[in-house]
Design a protein. Sequence first.
Length: 382
Amino acid sequence: MTALGTSRNARAPNRFLGMPITPLTLRRLHNFRANRRGYWSLWVFLGIFVVTLGAELIANDKPILVVYDGAIYTPVLKAYPESAFGSPFETEAEYRDPAVVGLIEARGWMIWPLIRFNHRTVAWDLGLPAPSRPDATHWLGTDDQARDVAARLIYGVRISVLFGLVLTFFSTIIGVAAGAVQGYFGGWIDLLFQRFMEIWSGLPVLFLLIILASIVEPNFWWLLGIMLMFSWMSLVGVVRAEFLRVRNFDYVRAARALGVADSVIMFRHVLPNAMVSTVTFMPFILSGSVTTLTALDFLGFGLPPGSASLGELLAQGKANLQAPWLGLTGFFAIAIMLSLLVFIGEAVRDAFDPRKLFAGAPPAEDAATTQAAGSATQGSQA
């Protein structure tokens, strides 16, 4: 009984958040961790993204916390009038104003963010012509409108990554759905859809953006919708090819014979086979989305004027060659971010490659056992 229990425990699947992890998934995770460059790039990228998500707590012209006369205020989260701090004015408090600072410090204290500027704050007390070089107050200098470059960099990285993530998410959903329908049904549906994609992909995206930008002022969601109209096609070919290959397998035919609905077969039985290539492509789609937004902002057809953007920072560097810190800051920020995404994509690709085997891999089942387990799983799903 003890030996039997030990054998069953040894074969019991590992679990993560209550979900079983198969030996194949464990091997892929090990292969990803074995690629040290991609593994640590993922952690660095996640760290940068998490830090920039709280940009208002890092770079802001409002205090994080104000304690005045025994009461607690959070200006970062809520606007307060000056009258709350003993001033006769009902307008929103300007916490950088020496008069307001004096009122608060007379009966309380403040906790400021690490950088006392947000991406729109103009340093009126600069004392030098803008753009000014880096100093103890402005760590990366100021731009041509006397705004802190470090603050704009933090906000710019956040909006670029968020734009890329949202665009990648929706592009993946639409691209996978379109490729699944084409590959599974084939015939006239596949033929007509392919002709439509050939025509749609031939449209000049940049010219359309320039024309529409002259009619409507672009913003985050406007740009996202326009780019989504064209970015979904990058995954269609990969998913379509996988569905064309798998749709004639025995377990798919058996499911059809049993009367299983086409939608269930497509997204429960066939789609997992196409997710390998989809997951492999996603980091590269993300890097392409970030590059697209940067290019549009650099050309002046991206986010509204005044928005924090890496492309706008590069454009300022091009227009102010006497201030090299502008161009260098934008260049290194984009280069580091895209390098991290490329390294992550390479590690994911190696992790899903069955020909890759790294030293110290967990002992996987032999090929016959793995194939039998996979066939049993597919048969039970069907």
